[in-house]
Structures are given as C-alpha cells and as structure tokens.
Design a protein around this ligand. Structure first.
Ligand SMILES: [Zn+2]
Length: 217
C-alpha cells in the first residue's frame, strides 16, 4: 500500500459501530438501486447458490472477484485456503454446499502475496510459536511442508521472492485441490457428474484470476 495515497477505503481502524451502520445503509441503497428485486424477490426467499468458493481469509479478495451478487456463491474462507479432511468446518461446509445446497461448481481460489506462504518462504514461521500464535504456527505446517517439498525447484526458478511466493501460491492451489478431490463428499459428487472443481489463483495486484486446474467427471 502506498502511504502517500489518499485513503480510498470505506471504513478505517478509527471507525465505530455507527460508522458501520451508516456504510451498511449506503451499501444497501446502492445495491437496491442496481438490483431493485434482489433482496425482496430473491434473497428474502432463500438461497440457491451455484458455486462453493473456498478462498484465503485475506482481506484483498473474495467471491466478488467473479462479479457476482449476494445469493450466488456459498463461501468458506480460511487462512491460506488450506483444506483438510480432519477439519470439521471444511467437512461440514462441503457437505452443506454439495449435498444440501446442490452447488454444481466448487472453486478453490488461492491468491498471490499470501501471508501464510510468505511466512514459510521467509522462514518466519518458527517465530509464531511464541505463546500468542501457537495455533497459527501449527496450522501453517501444511504450507511449510509444501515449501520444503518444492524449495529447490522454486529457488532454481527465480531469486525474486515475489515470484517464488507466486509459484508457491500456484503449488498450494494444486495441493489443496488434490486434497479436496480425495474427500468423500467431493469425490462422490464428482463421480456422479454433479460438480466440477476449479483451481484458481487471484492476483491481488491486478484483480485478475488465472486458471490452475479444472476437474470434471
Ligand atoms: Zn492468503
């Protein structure tokens, strides 16, 4: 972020509850003007999302990068878009989105400049094991493994840490998609031809999405 540029964001660290309520009203008015029937005729009557979006919790992107409006996408965001069959939230989200909501697309969208990846890439993960971030330290084990498994390839490819980070983001999407495909709920729906699974990478510097993988029945 350029410190010299004028703040363009809606709220800041100084914002309090009344500010949030006010910006909600403005957002509501703008959205209603653009889509007069959205809340009243669609969202008020339930949801039928076509897609499950799994992304990193990073503040710089979410399902809106696909140009959608409320009601289209069921979302689960988690640090570094790490998928695990042992994670109850992950399993419950997949079951609800696929078996109950009947989405027909599952998108796993990683992003460039991921803090989790950069932490492992710059060997700062061990500093997290300090009492305040023990769970985060533990959580990032998966990324640290990814980094060490691909370290020589990444280091040989470029000396630019931004590009190394980007390579690892791509590899992380591939790794998490592979894990996703091995989870029963996804595997079964895929074999029945009910869903397709797309691996994407969002570039925080351009706002554009790149295809990493596509899995169909
Ligand atoms: Zn991230």
């Amino acid at each position: 972020m350029s410190p010299a540029s004028t703040n363009i964001f809606t709220l800041t660290h100084n914002s309090k509850l009344p500010d949030l309520l006010e910006t909600n009203e403005k957002w509501n008015a703008k959205t209603t003007e653009e889509h007069p029937t959205l809340f009243r005729d669609f969202n008020a009557n339930g949801q039928a999302p076509h897609t499950l979006f799994i992304g990193c919790s990073d503040s710089r992107y979410n399902e809106n990068c696909l140009g959608v409006i409320p009601g289209e996408i069921f979302t689960w965001k988690t640090i570094a878009n790490i998928v695990s069959e042992k994670d109850l939230t992950c399993r419950a989200t997949l079951e609800f989105a696929i078996n109950v909501l009947k989405v027909n697309k599952v998108v796993l969208c990683g992003h460039t400049d991921c803090g989790g990846i950069n932490t492992c890439l710059t060997h700062k993960r061990s500093a997290l094991n300090n009492g305040e971030c023990n769970h985060l330290y533990q959580y990032l084990q998966d990324l640290d493994d990814l980094y060490h498994e691909n370290k020589s390839e990444v280091m040989a490819a470029t000396k630019d840490t931004k590009l190394q980070s980007r390579m690892l983001s791509r590899l992380n999407v591939q790794k998490q998609v592979t894990k996703l495909l091995a989870i029963d709920t996804v595997k079964n729906a895929l074999s029945r031809g009910e869903i397709e699974v797309y691996g994407l990478l969002y570039d925080v510097g351009t706002g554009l999405v790149e295809q990493i993988s596509e899995t169909t029945a």
